[in-house]
Design a protein around this ligand. Structure first.
Ligand SMILES: [Zn+2]
Length: 343
């Protein structure tokens, strides 16, 4: 029975892959595929043990994606170039691909940049500007690290905010650290809280328990010098992903929205010439006021909606394909993910 199920699954995957291949090959209008990545980490990188599986792609997969895109006839382009030509009504490649990376992870410099350089594939990294050159990391990684390495003590009020989100059952994080998958589910549940509130709660945990506070032994976010080096030959450009990665639909007032959207562009411009006025919504979360501020401030915006973009599309509603090892570790799974996104 298990064999039959895996045969059906494999057949469905192949059909989706064929569908993806055909749709891309037969696209009539000039089309742009935007591929989204987060972290690029080798299979044996220790960071994988404390990261959400849906965030990670291996350097080998990235290299394969670039090769497959070229084999499909897609021309790797700078996202900003395609958008400029689209806006000006200039000719566009029949099929183009733009590689984008969200959040500004240090591993983008360590593992993605050498691949991009070797393959001569331009890329855009969407930066969280107030995280650059800090030893900080995002709250999901902090929570994952906490839950997968520590037990959560009962009767300790500094963890009260976390308790309702822990798995129910006989071992709700009190008897043993959680598995990566269990902790990943806690992250999903914690998204009902405000980002700033979670960060504040984590600070209180570290104040009460300095022994488990994150250390700066391994910096996870890009530094200014790494950004400058990647921008040197024009291969990598930088877009905006807010100042603190706060989800826009969870901010209290317009002042905070302005800080995250408008001031992020000011931060970005201070980084130099390799920046583009393109915004990328954290978590894809949008509000009406936020959208208005984005369209007043930026020339385009990437969403988390899945799909491709054709000539004449709305530049503030760019669709992408979110890739990670779980959905694109082989050519067949990559094409199936694209096919599924185009159904
Ligand atoms: Zn992000």
């Amino acid at each position: 029975m298990a064999f039959f199920r895996s045969l059906v699954k494999s057949g469905a995957l192949s059909m989706l892959a064929c569908y993806g291949w055909l749709r891309v090959r037969l696209s009539k209008k000039p089309t742009l595929l935007i591929l989204t990545y987060h972290r690029i980490l080798p299979a044996d990188a220790p960071e994988r043990a404390v990261e959400q599986p849906g965030m990670v792609t291996s350097p080998q997969s990235l290299e394969n994606h670039i090769r497959v895109a070229r084999k499909l006839g897609a021309e790797p382009v700078h996202l900003s170039d395609w958008l400029d030509r689209n806006r000006q009504g200039k000719p566009l490649p029949k099929l183009a691909v733009a590689f984008t990376f969200d959040d500004g992870w240090q591993d983008n410099y360590q593992y993605a940049y050498p691949t991009l350089k070797a393959q001569n594939a331009p890329a855009t990294i969407f930066l969280v500007t107030q995280m650059i050159d800090t030893g900080n990391t995002f709250w999901p990684e902090q929570v994952l690290s906490l839950l997968t390495t520590q037990t959560i003590p009962e009767n300790d009020s500094s963890f009260d905010w976390l308790r309702p989100h822990l798995p129910s059952g006989p071992t709700p994080g009190a008897n043993r650290p959680l598995s990566l998958m269990e902790a990943d589910e806690v992250i999903a549940r914690l998204k009902s809280l405000e980002d700033a509130a979670i960060l504040e709660a984590l600070e209180q945990v570290y104040t009460s328990h300095p022994d488990i506070a994150p250390t700066e032994t391994s910096r996870s976010i890009l530094s200014g010098s790494e950004l400058a080096e990647m921008a040197q030959n024009g291969l990598v450009m930088y877009g905006a992903h807010t100042r603190h990665h706060y989800r826009l639909n969870r901010l209290k007032d317009e002042k905070s929205l302005k800080e995250e959207i408008v001031d992020c562009l000011k931060d970005l411009k201070s980084l130099g010439d390799a920046t583009i006025p393109v915004f990328c919504y954290p978590n894809g979360d949008i509000t009406g006021t936020g959208e208005d501020l984005v369209s007043d401030t930026y020339k385009a915006a990437c969403t988390t909606k899945t799909g491709w973009n054709v000539a004449g599309c709305n530049p503030y509603d760019l669709h992408r394909f979110n890739l990670h090892d779980g959905n694109s570790h082989s050519t067949r799974t990559l094409l199936a993910t694209i096919g599924r996104g185009l159904l």
